[in-house]
Design a protein around this ligand. Structure first.
Ligand code: NAD
Length: 491
Protein backbone atom coordinates (compact mmCIF):
# COMPACT_ATOMS: atom_id res chain seq x y z
CA UNK A 1 0.00 0.00 0.00
CA UNK A 2 1.10 3.59 -0.62
CA UNK A 3 1.03 5.84 2.43
CA UNK A 4 -0.21 9.18 1.17
CA UNK A 5 -1.68 12.43 2.38
CA UNK A 6 -5.32 13.40 1.79
CA UNK A 7 -6.12 16.87 0.46
CA UNK A 8 -9.42 18.20 -0.87
CA UNK A 9 -11.03 14.77 -0.98
CA UNK A 10 -8.15 13.12 -2.87
CA UNK A 11 -5.24 10.88 -1.95
CA UNK A 12 -2.02 12.44 -3.15
CA UNK A 13 1.72 11.80 -3.12
CA UNK A 14 2.15 15.54 -2.77
CA UNK A 15 3.84 18.09 -4.95
CA UNK A 16 7.34 16.63 -4.57
CA UNK A 17 6.49 12.92 -4.26
CA UNK A 18 9.15 12.76 -1.57
CA UNK A 19 9.07 9.96 0.98
CA UNK A 20 10.61 9.22 4.36
CA UNK A 21 11.00 5.89 6.05
CA UNK A 22 9.45 4.66 9.25
CA UNK A 23 10.81 1.68 11.23
CA UNK A 24 9.34 -0.90 13.55
CA UNK A 25 10.72 0.06 16.99
CA UNK A 26 10.64 -3.57 18.13
CA UNK A 27 13.42 -4.67 15.76
CA UNK A 28 14.41 -1.65 13.67
CA UNK A 29 13.04 -3.24 10.49
CA UNK A 30 11.62 -1.19 7.63
CA UNK A 31 7.90 -0.61 8.07
CA UNK A 32 6.76 1.87 5.45
CA UNK A 33 7.72 4.70 3.13
CA UNK A 34 5.48 7.68 3.64
CA UNK A 35 4.87 10.66 1.37
CA UNK A 36 5.76 13.96 3.00
CA UNK A 37 3.82 17.20 2.58
CA UNK A 38 5.63 20.20 1.13
CA UNK A 39 4.91 23.86 1.76
CA UNK A 40 2.71 23.90 -1.35
CA UNK A 41 0.78 20.83 -0.18
CA UNK A 42 0.17 22.61 3.13
CA UNK A 43 -1.10 25.71 1.37
CA UNK A 44 -3.32 23.52 -0.82
CA UNK A 45 -4.85 21.91 2.26
CA UNK A 46 -5.48 25.32 3.83
CA UNK A 47 -7.15 26.50 0.64
CA UNK A 48 -9.28 23.36 0.38
CA UNK A 49 -10.43 23.70 4.01
CA UNK A 50 -11.26 27.38 3.44
CA UNK A 51 -13.26 26.63 0.33
CA UNK A 52 -15.06 23.84 2.15
CA UNK A 53 -15.98 26.01 5.15
CA UNK A 54 -16.68 29.39 3.57
CA UNK A 55 -17.91 28.55 0.05
CA UNK A 56 -19.04 24.95 -0.30
CA UNK A 57 -20.46 24.83 3.26
CA UNK A 58 -21.88 21.33 2.84
CA UNK A 59 -20.27 19.94 6.02
CA UNK A 60 -20.86 23.07 8.08
CA UNK A 61 -24.49 23.42 6.97
CA UNK A 62 -25.32 19.73 7.21
CA UNK A 63 -27.95 19.27 9.91
CA UNK A 64 -26.38 18.06 13.09
CA UNK A 65 -28.35 14.78 13.13
CA UNK A 66 -26.86 13.76 9.78
CA UNK A 67 -23.39 14.93 10.78
CA UNK A 68 -23.76 12.92 13.97
CA UNK A 69 -24.86 9.88 11.94
CA UNK A 70 -21.66 10.12 9.87
CA UNK A 71 -19.60 10.15 13.06
CA UNK A 72 -21.49 7.07 14.24
CA UNK A 73 -20.69 5.33 10.95
CA UNK A 74 -17.00 6.17 11.42
CA UNK A 75 -17.18 4.61 14.88
CA UNK A 76 -18.84 1.46 13.53
CA UNK A 77 -16.24 0.95 10.80
CA UNK A 78 -13.38 1.64 13.18
CA UNK A 79 -14.82 -0.90 15.58
CA UNK A 80 -15.12 -3.48 12.80
CA UNK A 81 -11.50 -2.86 11.80
CA UNK A 82 -10.22 -2.80 15.39
CA UNK A 83 -7.75 -5.67 14.93
CA UNK A 84 -6.17 -4.03 11.89
CA UNK A 85 -5.83 -0.62 13.58
CA UNK A 86 -4.44 -2.10 16.79
CA UNK A 87 -1.86 -4.17 14.90
CA UNK A 88 -0.72 -1.17 12.90
CA UNK A 89 -0.41 0.95 16.02
CA UNK A 90 1.78 -1.74 17.64
CA UNK A 91 4.06 -2.02 14.61
CA UNK A 92 4.40 1.73 14.27
CA UNK A 93 4.53 2.85 17.90
CA UNK A 94 5.72 -0.19 19.87
CA UNK A 95 2.98 -0.20 22.51
CA UNK A 96 1.76 -3.62 23.71
CA UNK A 97 -1.17 -4.98 21.72
CA UNK A 98 -3.68 -4.85 24.60
CA UNK A 99 -2.94 -1.13 25.06
CA UNK A 100 -3.38 -0.50 21.32
CA UNK A 101 -6.70 -2.35 21.45
CA UNK A 102 -7.82 -0.11 24.32
CA UNK A 103 -6.82 2.93 22.27
CA UNK A 104 -9.03 1.80 19.37
CA UNK A 105 -11.94 1.16 21.78
CA UNK A 106 -11.47 4.64 23.24
CA UNK A 107 -11.36 6.18 19.77
CA UNK A 108 -14.61 4.41 18.84
CA UNK A 109 -16.29 5.67 22.01
CA UNK A 110 -14.97 9.16 21.39
CA UNK A 111 -16.66 9.36 17.96
CA UNK A 112 -19.90 8.02 19.49
CA UNK A 113 -19.68 10.44 22.41
CA UNK A 114 -19.30 13.52 20.20
CA UNK A 115 -21.98 12.23 17.80
CA UNK A 116 -24.36 12.11 20.76
CA UNK A 117 -23.38 15.59 21.96
CA UNK A 118 -23.89 17.18 18.56
CA UNK A 119 -27.22 15.43 18.14
CA UNK A 120 -28.44 17.01 21.37
CA UNK A 121 -27.14 20.59 21.16
CA UNK A 122 -27.13 22.67 24.28
CA UNK A 123 -27.56 26.38 24.79
CA UNK A 124 -29.42 28.78 27.03
CA UNK A 125 -32.31 31.19 26.65
CA UNK A 126 -32.51 34.05 29.13
CA UNK A 127 -35.20 36.64 29.61
CA UNK A 128 -33.53 39.95 30.37
CA UNK A 129 -34.93 43.28 31.39
CA UNK A 130 -32.11 45.64 32.19
CA UNK A 131 -32.72 49.15 31.07
CA UNK A 132 -33.34 48.27 27.44
CA UNK A 133 -36.87 46.90 27.87
CA UNK A 134 -37.92 43.29 27.85
CA UNK A 135 -35.74 41.05 25.69
CA UNK A 136 -34.95 37.47 25.05
CA UNK A 137 -31.30 36.56 24.82
CA UNK A 138 -30.15 33.17 23.68
CA UNK A 139 -26.92 31.54 22.65
CA UNK A 140 -26.01 29.43 19.66
CA UNK A 141 -22.90 27.35 19.22
CA UNK A 142 -21.36 27.75 15.77
CA UNK A 143 -18.35 26.01 14.24
CA UNK A 144 -15.13 28.00 14.58
CA UNK A 145 -14.06 27.67 10.95
CA UNK A 146 -10.86 26.21 9.54
CA UNK A 147 -9.13 24.27 12.31
CA UNK A 148 -5.57 22.92 12.20
CA UNK A 149 -5.01 19.95 14.49
CA UNK A 150 -1.47 18.89 15.43
CA UNK A 151 -0.72 15.79 17.49
CA UNK A 152 2.20 13.81 18.98
CA UNK A 153 3.21 10.18 18.48
CA UNK A 154 2.55 8.60 21.87
CA UNK A 155 -1.12 7.79 21.19
CA UNK A 156 -1.11 8.25 17.41
CA UNK A 157 -4.74 7.27 16.75
CA UNK A 158 -6.28 8.45 20.00
CA UNK A 159 -4.68 11.90 20.21
CA UNK A 160 -5.93 12.54 16.67
CA UNK A 161 -9.44 11.34 17.44
CA UNK A 162 -9.63 13.50 20.58
CA UNK A 163 -9.40 16.48 18.23
CA UNK A 164 -10.97 15.18 15.01
CA UNK A 165 -14.21 13.89 16.55
CA UNK A 166 -15.27 17.12 18.29
CA UNK A 167 -13.89 19.40 15.55
CA UNK A 168 -15.82 17.52 12.85
CA UNK A 169 -18.91 17.08 15.03
CA UNK A 170 -19.04 20.87 15.43
CA UNK A 171 -19.04 21.34 11.64
CA UNK A 172 -15.53 22.71 11.17
CA UNK A 173 -13.30 22.03 8.19
CA UNK A 174 -10.08 20.54 9.47
CA UNK A 175 -6.45 20.05 8.55
CA UNK A 176 -4.90 17.29 10.60
CA UNK A 177 -1.15 16.87 11.02
CA UNK A 178 -0.08 13.94 13.17
CA UNK A 179 3.51 13.43 14.30
CA UNK A 180 5.68 12.12 11.45
CA UNK A 181 6.99 9.47 13.88
CA UNK A 182 3.71 7.51 13.71
CA UNK A 183 1.27 8.30 10.93
CA UNK A 184 0.02 4.92 9.71
CA UNK A 185 -3.16 4.71 11.79
CA UNK A 186 -4.05 8.31 10.86
CA UNK A 187 -3.82 7.47 7.17
CA UNK A 188 -6.08 4.47 7.76
CA UNK A 189 -8.54 6.65 9.69
CA UNK A 190 -8.78 8.98 6.71
CA UNK A 191 -9.65 5.97 4.55
CA UNK A 192 -12.73 5.66 6.75
CA UNK A 193 -13.48 9.41 6.47
CA UNK A 194 -13.29 9.00 2.69
CA UNK A 195 -15.53 5.94 2.76
CA UNK A 196 -18.31 7.57 4.82
CA UNK A 197 -18.44 10.54 2.47
CA UNK A 198 -17.30 13.53 4.49
CA UNK A 199 -17.53 16.28 1.84
CA UNK A 200 -14.28 17.08 0.08
CA UNK A 201 -12.12 19.71 1.73
CA UNK A 202 -13.79 19.26 5.12
CA UNK A 203 -11.06 16.92 6.35
CA UNK A 204 -7.49 17.07 5.13
CA UNK A 205 -4.45 15.10 6.21
CA UNK A 206 -0.91 16.48 5.99
CA UNK A 207 2.22 14.53 6.79
CA UNK A 208 5.26 16.33 8.10
CA UNK A 209 6.92 17.90 11.11
CA UNK A 210 7.61 21.36 12.48
CA UNK A 211 7.84 22.94 9.02
CA UNK A 212 4.26 22.03 8.13
CA UNK A 213 3.17 22.85 11.69
CA UNK A 214 4.71 26.31 11.46
CA UNK A 215 2.87 27.14 8.26
CA UNK A 216 -0.41 26.03 9.81
CA UNK A 217 0.06 27.97 13.05
CA UNK A 218 1.17 31.14 11.26
CA UNK A 219 -1.40 31.09 8.44
CA UNK A 220 -3.85 33.97 8.20
CA UNK A 221 -6.36 31.52 6.71
CA UNK A 222 -6.55 29.16 9.66
CA UNK A 223 -9.07 30.20 12.32
CA UNK A 224 -8.02 27.88 15.10
CA UNK A 225 -5.06 25.75 16.01
CA UNK A 226 -5.11 22.99 18.56
CA UNK A 227 -1.82 21.41 19.44
CA UNK A 228 -0.79 18.47 21.57
CA UNK A 229 2.92 18.09 22.12
CA UNK A 230 5.88 19.48 24.02
CA UNK A 231 5.68 22.78 25.86
CA UNK A 232 8.58 24.14 23.79
CA UNK A 233 6.82 23.53 20.46
CA UNK A 234 3.54 24.71 22.01
CA UNK A 235 5.15 28.06 22.80
CA UNK A 236 6.17 28.40 19.15
CA UNK A 237 2.64 27.58 18.07
CA UNK A 238 1.26 30.17 20.47
CA UNK A 239 3.58 32.87 19.14
CA UNK A 240 2.74 32.05 15.52
CA UNK A 241 -0.97 31.92 16.29
CA UNK A 242 -0.83 35.60 17.24
CA UNK A 243 -0.62 36.40 13.49
CA UNK A 244 -4.40 36.49 13.14
CA UNK A 245 -5.31 35.98 16.82
CA UNK A 246 -6.27 32.36 16.22
CA UNK A 247 -8.35 30.51 18.70
CA UNK A 248 -5.90 28.19 20.38
CA UNK A 249 -5.86 24.97 22.35
CA UNK A 250 -2.65 23.60 23.86
CA UNK A 251 -2.18 20.20 25.49
CA UNK A 252 1.45 20.22 26.58
CA UNK A 253 3.97 18.41 28.73
CA UNK A 254 3.88 17.42 32.36
CA UNK A 255 5.94 16.40 35.37
CA UNK A 256 3.17 15.17 37.54
CA UNK A 257 3.40 14.43 41.27
CA UNK A 258 2.14 11.18 42.72
CA UNK A 259 1.81 11.84 46.47
CA UNK A 260 1.77 8.75 48.69
CA UNK A 261 1.00 8.92 52.41
CA UNK A 262 2.02 6.25 54.90
CA UNK A 263 -1.59 5.19 55.57
CA UNK A 264 -2.13 4.23 51.91
CA UNK A 265 -2.74 0.62 50.96
CA UNK A 266 0.76 -0.59 50.03
CA UNK A 267 -0.13 -2.97 47.18
CA UNK A 268 -2.68 -0.55 45.70
CA UNK A 269 -0.28 2.40 45.82
CA UNK A 270 2.53 0.37 44.24
CA UNK A 271 0.37 -1.03 41.43
CA UNK A 272 -1.11 2.35 40.54
CA UNK A 273 2.30 4.01 40.73
CA UNK A 274 3.56 1.38 38.27
CA UNK A 275 0.66 2.12 35.93
CA UNK A 276 1.28 5.82 36.45
CA UNK A 277 4.82 5.67 35.13
CA UNK A 278 5.28 2.52 33.04
CA UNK A 279 2.05 2.44 31.01
CA UNK A 280 2.83 3.08 27.32
CA UNK A 281 6.55 2.85 28.23
CA UNK A 282 6.15 6.02 30.29
CA UNK A 283 5.41 8.01 27.14
CA UNK A 284 2.35 9.66 28.63
CA UNK A 285 1.89 13.36 29.21
CA UNK A 286 0.11 12.70 32.51
CA UNK A 287 2.72 10.17 33.74
CA UNK A 288 3.22 10.11 37.52
CA UNK A 289 6.90 10.77 37.01
CA UNK A 290 7.57 12.33 40.41
CA UNK A 291 6.72 10.03 43.29
CA UNK A 292 6.56 11.88 46.61
CA UNK A 293 6.33 9.40 49.45
CA UNK A 294 5.92 10.03 53.18
CA UNK A 295 9.28 9.46 54.83
CA UNK A 296 8.16 6.74 57.24
CA UNK A 297 6.60 4.75 54.36
CA UNK A 298 9.59 5.17 52.04
CA UNK A 299 11.53 1.95 52.67
CA UNK A 300 8.55 -0.37 52.52
CA UNK A 301 7.08 1.33 49.45
CA UNK A 302 10.31 1.66 47.47
CA UNK A 303 11.36 -1.93 48.20
CA UNK A 304 8.08 -3.22 46.76
CA UNK A 305 8.19 -0.81 43.80
CA UNK A 306 11.70 -2.00 42.87
CA UNK A 307 10.59 -5.66 43.05
CA UNK A 308 7.67 -4.93 40.73
CA UNK A 309 9.73 -2.84 38.29
CA UNK A 310 12.39 -5.54 38.07
CA UNK A 311 9.69 -8.06 37.20
CA UNK A 312 8.36 -6.09 34.26
CA UNK A 313 8.60 -8.11 31.07
CA UNK A 314 9.93 -6.51 27.90
CA UNK A 315 9.52 -8.02 24.46
CA UNK A 316 7.66 -8.12 21.17
CA UNK A 317 4.67 -5.82 21.76
CA UNK A 318 2.50 -8.08 19.59
CA UNK A 319 2.83 -10.75 22.31
CA UNK A 320 1.66 -8.45 25.09
CA UNK A 321 4.68 -8.11 27.35
CA UNK A 322 4.30 -5.60 30.21
CA UNK A 323 6.25 -3.05 28.17
CA UNK A 324 7.27 -2.64 24.54
CA UNK A 325 10.05 -0.56 23.02
CA UNK A 326 10.40 3.22 23.00
CA UNK A 327 8.94 4.71 19.80
CA UNK A 328 12.26 5.20 17.97
CA UNK A 329 16.00 5.55 18.40
CA UNK A 330 16.00 9.34 18.77
CA UNK A 331 13.49 9.18 21.57
CA UNK A 332 15.27 6.26 23.23
CA UNK A 333 18.53 8.20 23.23
CA UNK A 334 16.79 11.23 24.69
CA UNK A 335 15.53 9.12 27.61
CA UNK A 336 18.94 7.45 28.08
CA UNK A 337 20.55 10.87 28.20
CA UNK A 338 18.23 11.85 31.06
CA UNK A 339 19.10 8.62 32.85
CA UNK A 340 22.81 9.42 32.59
CA UNK A 341 22.13 12.98 33.77
CA UNK A 342 20.33 11.58 36.82
CA UNK A 343 23.25 9.35 37.71
CA UNK A 344 25.73 12.21 37.20
CA UNK A 345 23.67 14.53 39.43
CA UNK A 346 23.82 12.04 42.29
CA UNK A 347 20.38 10.44 42.19
CA UNK A 348 20.49 6.80 43.28
CA UNK A 349 19.48 4.50 40.43
CA UNK A 350 17.79 1.58 42.22
CA UNK A 351 16.19 -0.17 39.24
CA UNK A 352 16.94 -0.29 35.51
CA UNK A 353 18.90 2.64 34.15
CA UNK A 354 20.03 1.17 30.87
CA UNK A 355 19.09 0.08 27.36
CA UNK A 356 17.81 -3.49 27.39
CA UNK A 357 19.29 -5.70 24.67
CA UNK A 358 18.64 -9.23 25.92
CA UNK A 359 17.08 -11.97 23.80
CA UNK A 360 14.47 -10.84 21.33
CA UNK A 361 14.98 -7.22 22.40
CA UNK A 362 18.46 -7.05 20.92
CA UNK A 363 17.58 -4.91 17.88
CA UNK A 364 14.81 -2.85 19.45
CA UNK A 365 14.68 0.41 21.38
CA UNK A 366 13.99 -0.99 24.84
CA UNK A 367 14.76 0.68 28.17
CA UNK A 368 14.64 -1.18 31.47
CA UNK A 369 12.06 0.38 33.83
CA UNK A 370 14.09 2.88 35.81
CA UNK A 371 13.69 4.16 39.35
CA UNK A 372 15.77 6.97 40.85
CA UNK A 373 15.73 7.29 44.63
CA UNK A 374 17.11 10.07 46.85
CA UNK A 375 16.22 12.77 44.36
CA UNK A 376 16.14 16.49 45.01
CA UNK A 377 14.17 19.25 43.36
CA UNK A 378 17.20 20.84 41.70
CA UNK A 379 17.96 17.75 39.56
CA UNK A 380 17.12 17.82 35.86
CA UNK A 381 15.39 14.45 36.11
CA UNK A 382 13.02 15.94 38.69
CA UNK A 383 12.45 19.23 36.88
CA UNK A 384 12.19 18.20 33.23
CA UNK A 385 9.82 15.86 31.43
CA UNK A 386 11.68 12.65 30.52
CA UNK A 387 8.78 11.10 28.61
CA UNK A 388 9.95 7.55 29.13
CA UNK A 389 10.00 4.74 31.72
CA UNK A 390 11.91 6.60 34.43
CA UNK A 391 10.54 7.82 37.75
CA UNK A 392 12.05 9.87 40.57
CA UNK A 393 11.42 9.40 44.28
CA UNK A 394 11.51 12.07 46.96
CA UNK A 395 10.29 12.02 50.54
CA UNK A 396 8.24 14.41 52.66
CA UNK A 397 7.35 14.61 56.34
CA UNK A 398 4.15 16.65 56.48
CA UNK A 399 1.07 17.30 54.35
CA UNK A 400 2.15 20.92 53.85
CA UNK A 401 5.56 19.85 52.62
CA UNK A 402 3.98 17.32 50.24
CA UNK A 403 1.76 20.00 48.71
CA UNK A 404 4.66 22.41 48.35
CA UNK A 405 6.82 19.81 46.63
CA UNK A 406 3.94 18.69 44.39
CA UNK A 407 3.43 22.23 43.14
CA UNK A 408 7.12 23.04 42.76
CA UNK A 409 7.08 22.63 38.98
CA UNK A 410 6.33 24.86 36.01
CA UNK A 411 3.99 22.12 34.79
CA UNK A 412 0.45 21.49 36.03
CA UNK A 413 -1.04 18.68 34.00
CA UNK A 414 -1.88 15.90 36.45
CA UNK A 415 -1.39 14.64 39.99
CA UNK A 416 -2.57 12.03 42.45
CA UNK A 417 -2.76 11.34 46.15
CA UNK A 418 -2.85 7.99 47.94
CA UNK A 419 -4.18 7.90 51.49
CA UNK A 420 -6.81 6.13 53.59
CA UNK A 421 -7.86 9.49 55.05
CA UNK A 422 -10.69 10.84 52.87
CA UNK A 423 -10.56 14.38 54.21
CA UNK A 424 -6.82 14.59 53.66
CA UNK A 425 -7.21 13.25 50.12
CA UNK A 426 -9.66 16.03 49.30
CA UNK A 427 -7.52 18.70 51.00
CA UNK A 428 -4.40 17.70 49.08
CA UNK A 429 -6.13 17.31 45.71
CA UNK A 430 -7.74 20.72 46.10
CA UNK A 431 -4.30 22.26 46.61
CA UNK A 432 -2.58 20.52 43.68
CA UNK A 433 -2.33 22.96 40.79
CA UNK A 434 -3.21 20.58 37.97
CA UNK A 435 -6.13 19.92 35.64
CA UNK A 436 -6.31 16.13 35.92
CA UNK A 437 -6.21 14.54 39.37
CA UNK A 438 -6.80 11.16 40.96
CA UNK A 439 -7.39 9.87 44.46
CA UNK A 440 -6.10 6.35 45.19
CA UNK A 441 -5.59 5.60 41.49
CA UNK A 442 -3.45 6.90 38.64
CA UNK A 443 -4.10 7.50 34.92
CA UNK A 444 -7.69 6.38 34.26
CA UNK A 445 -9.21 8.70 31.66
CA UNK A 446 -12.81 9.08 30.44
CA UNK A 447 -14.39 10.64 27.36
CA UNK A 448 -16.82 12.54 29.61
CA UNK A 449 -14.16 14.21 31.79
CA UNK A 450 -12.33 17.33 30.51
CA UNK A 451 -8.60 16.82 29.98
CA UNK A 452 -6.02 19.59 30.15
CA UNK A 453 -3.42 21.39 32.15
CA UNK A 454 -2.69 24.37 34.39
CA UNK A 455 0.46 26.47 34.16
CA UNK A 456 2.87 25.48 31.35
CA UNK A 457 0.93 22.29 30.64
CA UNK A 458 -1.52 24.04 28.39
CA UNK A 459 -4.58 26.08 27.61
CA UNK A 460 -8.11 24.75 27.22
CA UNK A 461 -9.58 21.29 27.58
CA UNK A 462 -10.16 18.24 25.44
CA UNK A 463 -12.84 15.59 26.00
CA UNK A 464 -16.20 16.16 27.64
CA UNK A 465 -18.59 18.96 26.73
CA UNK A 466 -15.71 21.43 27.06
CA UNK A 467 -13.88 19.51 24.35
CA UNK A 468 -16.69 20.25 21.91
CA UNK A 469 -17.00 23.89 22.92
CA UNK A 470 -13.30 24.38 22.19
CA UNK A 471 -14.19 23.98 18.51
CA UNK A 472 -17.20 26.27 18.65
CA UNK A 473 -17.78 29.97 18.81
CA UNK A 474 -20.63 30.94 21.10
CA UNK A 475 -22.88 33.68 19.79
CA UNK A 476 -25.43 35.60 21.80
CA UNK A 477 -28.57 36.70 19.98
CA UNK A 478 -30.69 39.34 21.65
CA UNK A 479 -34.30 39.92 20.61
CA UNK A 480 -36.35 42.94 21.51
CA UNK A 481 -39.80 41.67 22.52
CA UNK A 482 -41.38 45.11 22.00
CA UNK A 483 -40.38 46.15 18.49
CA UNK A 484 -40.51 49.88 18.01
CA UNK A 485 -39.64 50.67 21.64
CA UNK A 486 -36.13 51.86 22.31
CA UNK A 487 -35.51 51.25 26.00
CA UNK A 488 -32.48 53.48 26.42
CA UNK A 489 -34.17 56.85 25.85
CA UNK A 490 -37.13 56.09 28.06
CA UNK A 491 -35.09 56.10 31.24
P1 NAD B 1 6.61 17.59 19.85
O1 NAD B 1 6.30 18.91 20.46
O2 NAD B 1 7.97 17.35 19.39
O3 NAD B 1 5.67 17.36 18.57
C1 NAD B 1 4.26 17.36 18.65
C2 NAD B 1 3.68 17.68 17.29
O4 NAD B 1 4.02 19.02 16.95
C3 NAD B 1 4.22 16.84 16.15
O5 NAD B 1 3.19 16.64 15.22
C4 NAD B 1 5.32 17.71 15.57
O6 NAD B 1 5.60 17.42 14.22
C5 NAD B 1 4.71 19.08 15.72
N1 NAD B 1 5.63 20.21 15.86
C6 NAD B 1 6.90 20.21 16.34
N2 NAD B 1 7.38 21.47 16.35
C7 NAD B 1 6.39 22.28 15.90
C8 NAD B 1 6.28 23.67 15.69
N3 NAD B 1 7.28 24.51 15.94
N4 NAD B 1 5.12 24.16 15.22
C9 NAD B 1 4.06 23.34 14.98
N5 NAD B 1 4.12 22.00 15.12
C10 NAD B 1 5.28 21.47 15.59
O7 NAD B 1 6.11 16.49 20.88
P2 NAD B 1 6.20 14.90 20.74
O8 NAD B 1 7.59 14.46 21.03
O9 NAD B 1 5.55 14.48 19.48
O10 NAD B 1 5.22 14.44 21.92
C11 NAD B 1 5.61 14.38 23.24
C12 NAD B 1 5.09 15.58 24.00
O11 NAD B 1 3.68 15.65 23.87
C13 NAD B 1 5.36 15.48 25.48
O12 NAD B 1 5.80 16.72 25.96
C14 NAD B 1 3.99 15.14 26.06
O13 NAD B 1 3.82 15.52 27.40
C15 NAD B 1 3.09 15.88 25.14
N6 NAD B 1 1.73 15.35 25.20
C16 NAD B 1 0.77 16.07 25.85
C17 NAD B 1 -0.52 15.57 25.97
C18 NAD B 1 -1.59 16.32 26.71
O14 NAD B 1 -2.74 15.94 26.61
N7 NAD B 1 -1.26 17.36 27.46
C19 NAD B 1 -0.82 14.33 25.39
C20 NAD B 1 0.17 13.63 24.73
C21 NAD B 1 1.45 14.16 24.64
Amino acid sequence: MEWMMYIDGKWTKGEKEKTFETLNPYNGSHLADIYESSEQDTLDAIEAANYSFYKDRSWRDMDSQTRGDILLKIADILEMRKAEFARLEVLDNGKPLREAECDVDDAVHNFRYYASLIKAPHGGVYEVNEGFGKMHSYTVHEPTGVCALITPWNYPLLMGVWKLAPALAAGNSVIFKPSPYCVLSSIKLFEIFDEVGIPKGACNLLIGGAKVGNILSGSMDVDMITFTGSTKAGQMVMMNAASNVKKIGLELGGKSPNVIFADADLEGAVEWAMLGIFLNQGQICSAGSRILVEEKFHDEFVKRLIERANNITLGNPMNNPDMGPIVNEIQMNRVLEYIEAGKAEGAKCVAGGYRYLDGECKDGYFIKPTIFDECTNDMRIVKEEIFGPAVTIQTFKTEEEAIEMANDSPYGLAGAVFTADGARALRVIKEIRAGITWINCYNPCFNEAPWGGYKMSGIGRELGVHGLEEYQEIKQININLNPGKVGWYEH
